[in-house]
Design a protein around this ligand. Structure first.
Ligand code: CP3
Length: 358
């Protein structure tokens, strides 16, 4: 059989999609950010053989590591395609390397606003077709067990990596740009937004059934900065994807915004058109629900660090969290990505406890 984007196996577990669209569910759906990753020995075995971005660029390998957590954890209600947010800067012509123990490194970050003109917007998405190919292959290999999530980094988060040249505790260079060169910053954010919209539409065309936008560096922004440098672009991404899917006569998919540290702006986030808002662990579920109202799904938000506690404690915390959020319009997850040293059993306890909770 040929693996095309036309003949996918039927979906057997649609809890995640139902919850995202506000339909009633039998159990709370659960998945975990970074569920494919270094805490899994089978992932480390693949990484021992292949460079990080080689895994991203090879559909068979990306598919294999996407499926790994599903084989181990029967309670997972979703998969997320294995890739990275930094494939976009690569497609724009920047070099990004993954250094073990360090994280992503840009040998030549953006040093001056004039360098924005060197970015290769034209054809950027055509340099990311390997992500689409990985999505299509995975949709077949997953055999309809659970839906497949596609994702992207949000413009501000991507810009931050492009300027800092990697992860940064302070993001001081990026903040200097926000102060000194707001016009150029908006030009760069606009460029990233256009590429992201086409990239997400390509992912849906390839088989992604829900899309998550990671604004992981929002924790560096004040509410005012978030409203100026993030919100307009997140809104454009949501409406742009909707319009382009319509134009291409593709089915609409629900979208999730996860702005880490965005707890100060949930009221604003609720107006951006996303079906689901992801919360980090600093946000109280009951308070969040009061702010966003009843027409939005919430996702989150156990502290990843809680997975280092005893199984009994994890179970208790997970059940408490799930009950606070309630059964409807809720997707259980951690408040950020699972960390590398997490005991394997903790994931079993976490995912099982969600299904038992309400
Ligand atoms: O969730 C999944 O299972 C899908 C895969 C996924 C990865 N990165 C794989 C990965 C996803 C959704 C991402 C998104 C991503 N990448 C984000 C947003 C989410 C977040 O955590 O805030 C960010 C900021 C990045 C950039 C990035 N990639 C960083 C900062 C790092 C280093 C930190 C770390 O955890 O190592 C990466 C590397 C990375 N991306 C790894 C994985 C499995 C580990 C690298 C390795 O295998 O050597």
């Amino acid at each position: 059989m040929e693996y095309t984007n036309k003949n996918f196996p039927a979906l057997k577990n649609d809890r995640l999609l139902k919850a995202a669209c506000g339909k009633e569910v039998d159990k709370v759906p659960v998945w975990v950010m970074r569920q494919a990753g270094r805490y899994l020995p089978e992932f480390q075995a693949v990484r021992a053989q292949h460079d990080f971005f080689t895994v991203c660029r090879t559909p068979e390998l990306a598919c294999e590591v996407t499926l790994q957590p599903l084989r181990r954890y029967e309670h997972l209600d979703a998969s997320i395609i294995f890739s990275d947010i930094l494939v976009i800067p690569q497609a724009l012509g920047m070099t990004v390397e993954m250094h073990p123990g360090v994280g992503p490194v840009f040998p030549e970050p953006l040093k001056d606003v004039s360098e924005i003109d060197n970015l290769k917007e034209e054809g950027a998405v055509s340099r990311l077709t390997y992500v689409g190919d990985a999505i299509t292959l995975t949709r077949h290999k997953i055999e309809g067990k659970v839906p497949l999530i596609g994702f992207t980094g949000a413009p501000f988060t991507l810009m931050g990596y492009m300027i800092e040249g990697g992860g940064s505790k302070t993001m001081s260079k990026t903040k200097e740009w926000l102060e000194k060169y707001p016009k150029d910053v908006h030009r760069l954010l606009g460029l990233l937004t256009r590429v992201i919209i086409d990239y997400l539409v390509m992912q849906v065309e390839s088989g992604a059934q829900l899309l998550q936008v990671f604004e992981s560096s929002a924790d560096h922004l004040t509410r005012e900065q978030f409203i100026e440098f993030s919100v307009p672009y997140l809104k454009d991404i949501r409406s742009g994807v909707k319009t382009k899917l319509q134009e291409k006569q593709l089915d609409q998919v629900p979208m999730t915004i996860f702005a880490k540290g965005g707890g100060h702006s949930l009221d604003v986030q609720a107006e951006m058109g996303y079906e689901t808002i992801g919360l980090d662990w600093t946000v109280d579920p009951v308070e969040a629900r009061k702010i966003v109202g009843n027409n939005i799904t919430l996702q989150g938000n156990l502290d990843p660090q809680d997975l280092y506690k005893t199984p009994e404690e994890i179970k208790k915390l997970t059940i408490e969290m799930t009950q606070k959020f309630g059964k409807q319009r809720y997707i259980a997850n951690l408040g950020h990505g699972i960390t590398p040293q997490t005991p394997l059993e903790s994931m079993t306890v976490f995912t099982e406890s969600v299904h038992e909770a309400v």
